[in-house]
Write a protein that binds this ligand. Structure first.
Ligand code: G6Q
Length: 545
């Protein structure tokens, strides 16, 4: 670690204390006044980096707030932690692992060492192998066991081995090879597999079993079901090599499953599940959009990595986004952040970010195991606009909670159609404006609204949002956007002093069900030793299944 001085507990840091006092001043003013006092606010509180524009002027902040938040980041050792991550230090201390998703998109000319070994050449070796495989599937050169080309690609994985691939496929569908069908099976609910395969021909289908550990209950269950489904078509066991590939770190278990390790695409323990969509886990993405476009996506990630690592915090997009989240979470008691992409292709982006943010920062102790006395990771949620406007935006506008929003939009439409795109974008600008400035009782009265309805039609305003804009949704831009949020999460985690890279809560879930599975057998009727509620539920299920 480059950090030498011990860092005081978060609430003891001078910048934290200053922010506490400062928050009271900010709560006493509002966005109407802040904008009225400074006509240039919209111009000044805007950053452009790597083709992403962030307008953060509609946040409940002043220049002083930013100064203090940046001081807090510095006092928290953000720079040193960032360097530690980029140079392969084992900053995931509870698992004793380096955290090097940034190496997945490092150019071949770079060198990043873990335990003295340069990992970049390994990364590129796997990328090359993925490229050759993807090209063969895309061109039809790879044939199934009956000589027919592959038409369907099914990714079987869950959590980090599903959410990234499915989000990227949806986000980049515009660029995907349309004569290939892509499906994603994650849930252990048999419905997921059945619905994904019911109209597919086994001899034209390739399964990608995506599992870092190759032990996850859901994925292994679905993988075995896929194997049975495939063999039930009359295919011989030897055909499996042509229809199954594995994306995993576990060579031994892949081999035992019966997948030819020639068809295995590896990665490493320093890639966290939720940070793995640009590793071998992204093979479905590469097959869909092609290796060149995949490389563009990696270049986008890398551009944001470099920006995060080298740009002063005042101009640093991920740092600003992360610090604003700390601001609302800890000083305004905000519980959530809404992610509102105005782009139909981005429909799975909020779900993807839910895992990235909440699995990373949903922690209650600091790195040394001390219970935190402040709030950590907020709840991320959202839906694409404009759909959300016709449902939950009501609560954001007029409810009693403070919900910071990130609006995401693009200058250019991928499917230009009449004036659709102007209508879409007008809604972003209008929503952000309405949230910030609302509508006063005087304005409502001036519209001639009946006196008894005035209170109902008042919008208090003063509700914060960021607007993030880019030219168009392409692979490079998607890479930048994802890395923006990855590093925002990192920034938050550093301030909170937590391990953003472990997930003991998820591990617990993986173990719990295993114990109950045999108890559900009605015939065996094993004695139950849970609490009275769990015992009753299991009994009820046994007698009704
Ligand atoms: C991600 C989590 C978790 C993980 C899944 C799947 O950071 O660790 O979501 O990705 O549980 O794990 P496997 O890839 O090992 O099947």
């Amino acid at each position: 670690m480059t950090q030498t001085q011990p860092i005081p507990f978060l609430t003891e840091r001078p910048a934290w204390k200053a922010l506490q006092a400062h928050a009271e001043t900010i709560k006493a003013t509002d966005l109407r006044k802040l904008f009225a006092d400074d006509p240039k606010r919209g111009e000044q509180m805007r950053v452009e980096a790597e083709g992403l524009f962030l307008d953060y002027s509609k946040n409940r902040i002043t220049a002083e707030t930013l100064k203090l938040l940046i001081q807090l980041a510095k006092d928290s050792g953000l720079r040193a932690r960032c360097e530690a991550m980029f140079t392969g230090e084992k900053i995931n201390t509870t698992e004793g692992r380096a955290v090097l998703h940034v190496a997945l998109r490092a150019p071949a000319s770079e060198s990043i060492k873990v335990d003295g070994e340069d990992v970049v050449p390994e990364v590129h070796k796997v990328l090359d192998k993925m490229t050759s495989f993807a090209n063969r599937i895309r061109s039809g050169e790879w044939t199934g066991h009956t000589g027919k080309r592959i038409r369907n690609v099914i990714n079987i994985g869950i959590g980090g081995s599903d959410l990234g691939p499915v989000m990227a496929y949806e986000a980049l569908k515009h660029y995907s090879q349309r004569d290939l069908t892509f499906r994603f099976v994650s849930n252990v609910d048999g419905t997921d597999f059945v619905e994904a395969t019911r109209d597919l021909v086994p001899e034209e289908t390739m399964f990608l079993v995506a599992s870092k550990t190759f032990t996850t209950l859901e994925t292994m269950t679905n993988a075995h079901t896929a194997r049975d489904w495939f063999l039930a078509s009359g295919a011989p066991e030897t055909a499996i090599a042509k229809h199954f590939a594995a994306l995993s770190t576990n060579t031994k278990l892949v081999g035992e499953f019966g997948i030819d390790t020639e068809n295995m695409f590896g990665f490493w323990d320093w890639v966290g599940g939720r940070y793995s969509m640009d590793s071998a886990i992204g093979l479905s993405t590469m097959i869909a959009i092609g290796p060149d476009a995949f490389q563009e996506m990696l270049a986008g990630f890398h551009a944001m990595d470099v920006h995060f690592r080298t740009t002063p915090l005042e101009q640093n997009l991920p740092a600003l986004l992360g610090l604003l989240t700390v601001w609302y979470t800890d000083f305004f008691d905000a519980q959530t952040v809404a992610i509102l992409p105005y782009d139909q292709y981005m429909k799975r982006f909020p779900a993807y970010l839910q895992q990235l943010t909440m699995e990373s920062n949903g922690k209650h102790v600091t790195l040394d195991g001390t219970r935190v006395t402040y709030s950590t990771g907020p709840i991320y949620w959202g839906e694409p606009g404009t759909n959300g406007q016709h449902s939950f935006y009501q609560l954001i506008h007029q409810g009693t909670r403070l919900i910071p929003c990130d609006f995401i939009g693009f200058f250019k439409a991928l499917n230009p159609l009449g004036n659709h795109h102007d209508l879409l974008m007008a809604n972003i600008f209008a929503q952000a404006e309405a949230l910030a400035f609302g509508k006063t009782a005087e304005q409502v009265k001036a519209e001639g609204v009946a006196p008894e309805l005035v209170a109902h039609k008042v919008f208090e305003g003063n509700r914060p949002s960021n607007v993030i804009l880019a030219d168009k949704l392409d692979p490079m831009t998607l890479g930048k956007l994802i890395a923006l949020y990855e590093h925002s999460v990192f920034t938050q985690g550093v301030v909170w002093g937590i391990d953003s890279f472990d997930q003991w809560g998820v591990e617990l879930g993986k173990a719990l069900a295993q114990k109950i599975v045999p108890e559900l057998d009605s015939k065996a009727a094993l004695p139950l030793h849970h609490d009275s509620s769990t015992n009753e539920l299991i009994e009820l299920y046994r007698s009704n299944k």
